[in-house]
Design a protein around this ligand. Sequence first.
Ligand code: DGL
Length: 266
Amino acid sequence: MSNRQPIGVFDSGIGGLTVLKELLGRLPDESFVYFGDTARVPYGTKSAEAVKRFTRESVTLLLDRGVKMVVIACNTASSEVLPEFEGEFPVPIVGVIEPGVRAAVAATKRRRIGVIGTPGTIRSGAYQSKIMARLPDAVVIPQACPLFVPLVEEGWIDTPVTRLVAREYLRVYENAGIDALVLGCTHYPLLKPVIADTVGEGVELVDSAIETAREVARVLAERGLAGSGGGGEFHIVLSDTAPSFGDIATRFLGRRVPDIELVSVV
Ligand code: DGL
């Protein structure tokens, strides 16, 4: 394994570009190959079996590209496949749940934490059980928010409809006394202003993308895999594309997206 090999980043679609953005900012000496399974997105409403199969195939695709580590940027995939996948592959696999949990535990003082995510992430109970393992007396209130993903993909980041949907989903946190809310989905960081306004002051929004980038840096250093210069490049591979891809991807990544490569996954 050479330090010059790229890091693989995987997501069910293009939402994981929010994680790639943090990785590029934090690890300027690294290069990245991003695979988004856009032909089969969304994972959040699919069965655990389907998510496991798709994720295994996607990790294998990245390994075939010679990556030295895989970051599973998708919350749904991370919660359905880890820790089962640990040890199955010859490279370190880093998910987004553990870093998000760590950040939530650091953020809460009252030990009352909200977790929002796709139906798959919430159903898996991954965030809930990992938070309880660290803070056994915590109160964790989970809420699936399935409509947030299509709203973000449609570019409806801050519209009256988005605010209405947010009010409906987040009503569960009214008077619940939470002081931390985990944004347990790749798409939700884009909705931060709307979510913050809806839950009100005094609730810290926990973005697992930032904490995941820290975790990747830590694992690279621990395993002696950190790159030393010549990084900053990224290559995007997708299993399908749509005419609006460029605009949406630019919104997620915060910069123009270079040419993409299309592969077939079925
Ligand atoms: N990437 C997914 C996640 O973070 C959201 C999109 C999907 O449902 O596949 O859970």
